[in-house]
Design a protein around this ligand. Structure first.
Ligand code: PLP
Length: 462
């Protein structure tokens, strides 16, 4: 008999080699990035909002696996749910039967969106977007998909066709035809795009995730009214904003919008079992599955698997039981208020924005000429590099893991777990104030950090 697997031991045994292994067999450019910015900390443990490095140092994680750990890392209730699936010998993925767990999860998610009646499960965010594109095309008999500049919807071909950043598309074309890009938060542009009446749907993130951009208060409601006027559907991509992150279960609730299709993924996984879902009106669903011989016309082998469904159910339990939506609202408001004071204090902080625990602090142009010189040089070398002048000291000196928002942006983005407590908030407030204070001093450390970044970027281009 094989010995019982011990993944902790396997992880520890390979630990010293992790960056070499990745450089050899996986994404060597990612290893380069980590080493250049000094994020090669070799994390060995995660719990709640925190990560630990090999030396026992505790870090506050404001990336949360790009938003999957809404309930915190390794939550015991999620782990217990997954153990109980494995222990129960359930008849998983029979395919020629239907799963009670999927039925129950669909019911609980739809209870959060009472204007929708049907759910379709997928294995990831991008797969949910792919499904939505098919559903809306089938439902309307039209092909056009309107999306926004700076949008992000995933990197498979359908989703990629709706991504508003060139970097992700360059070299991979052609993407799907009939995708049209308009500015975000611009109802007139949307109306022009819809007016030919050949658009199946407007696909939009309620708050743009890459740059953390909330819309004007009426935009989403107006957009939906325009879609109705021209016979198009509206798809809200809540893959990043959903499940309580913004202080409501769905971000569209802040704006009084009830889109025809709503997408979730990321946080629904509890951080453990990849999953995505398309929630939609019954009539939208019905056009795809309109005959018995089309019962499997769209789907995916692993969708609705018991681990994913159990993770989704357990995640909803935790969100409700621990009042994480209320916590996201309260802690988000506290942090945003603090960032607004930083904006007043430092001339090189141009903006602080966001909703709930989806926040951004954007750097601007410093008044000091010396600082302007250094920042300008960094920006010329690589647009967005100045943001790393803040993320690197936050990591090194304050043990805060945070990222620059989107490609070429100068915004620092916070997407933490929804479990942040007052100590975590104080940690963030202290870390950001001290780091921004230091970033404004043109002497010593900032220059040497700038030089390290420039050298790193130059080396990566050789
Ligand atoms: C708004 C949004 N949509 C879709 C996706 C794609 O999700 P996935 O990475 O699970 O494919 C993401 C991922 O970051 C996202 O933020």
């Amino acid at each position: 008999m094989l010995p019982a697997p011990n993944l902790r031991a396997a992880f520890d045994a390979e630990d010293a080699d992790r960056y070499d292994l990745h450089s050899r067999h996986l994404n060597h450019q990612m290893v380069r990035v980590l080493k250049t910015i000094g994020f090669d900390a070799r994390f060995v443990r995660g719990k709640g909002a925190h990560l630990w490095d090999a030396g026992g140092g505790r870090y506050l994680d404001l990336v949360s696996g790009w938003g999957v750990f809404a309930v915190g890392r390794n939550h015991p209730h999620i782990a217990a749910a997954l153990h109980s699936v494995l222990d129960a010998d359930l008849p998983n993925l029979v395919q020629m039967d239907v799963s009670p767990l999927a039925g129950r999860l669909a019911e609980r998610l739809l209870a959060r969106a009472p204007w929708l009646q049907k759910a379709f499960f997928a294995n990831s965010g991008a797969e949910a977007v792919e499904g939505a594109i098919k559903f809306v095309r089938a439902a309307t008999g039209r092909t056009g998909i309107v999306h926004c500049e700076h949008s992000f919807h995933g990197l498979t071909y359908g989703a990629l066709s709706a991504v508003g950043e060139k970097l992700y598309r360059d070299g991979f074309g052609p993407v799907l035809p009939d995708f049209r890009e308009i500015p975000f938060d611009d109802p007139a542009a949307l109306e022009r795009a819809l007016s030919k009446r050949d658009v199946a749907a407007f696909l939009v993130e309620p708050i743009q995730g890459k740059v953390v951009r909330p819309p004007s208060p009426d935009y989403l409601r107006e957009a939906h009214a325009l879609c109705r006027k021209y016979g198009a559907l509206m798809i809200a991509d809540e893959i990043q904003t959903g499940m309580g992150r913004t202080g409501r279960f769905f971000a569209v609730e802040h704006y009084g919008a009830e889109p025809d299709v709503v997408l979730l993924a990321k946080a629904l996984s509890g951080g453990h079992a990849p999953v995505g879902v398309v929630l939609m009106r019954a009539d939208v669903f019905a056009k795809t599955f309109d005959r018995m011989d089309k019962a499997v016309v769209h789907g995916s082998t692993f969708a609705k698997n018991d681990m994913a469904m159990a993770a989704g159910l357990a995640t909803l339990d935790v969100i409700e039981n621990e009042k994480l939506i209320e916590n996201a609202a309260a802690k988000g408001a506290r942090l945003l208020a603090h960032f607004k004071t930083l904006q007043k204090r430092f001339d090189y902080v141009a903006d602080a924005r966001g909703l709930g625990l989806m926040l951004a602090l954007e750097l601007g142009d410093p008044k000091s000429l010396t600082l302007r010189g250094l920042w300008g040089m960094l920006e010329t070398m690589n647009k967005g590099l100045t943001g790393q002048l803040v993320t690197i000291p936050l990591f090194k000196d304050h043990k805060i893991l945070v990222q620059v928002a989107g490609n070429g942006s100068r915004a620092i983005k916070l997407l933490p777990t929804l479990t942040l407590d007052d100590d975590d908030c104080a940690w963030i407030e202290r870390g950001f104030s001290e780091t921004l204070e230091a970033a404004g001093q043109s002497a010593g450390p900032v220059w040497s950090l700038g030089k390290t970044l420039l050298d790193g970027v130059r080396a990566s281009r050789r």
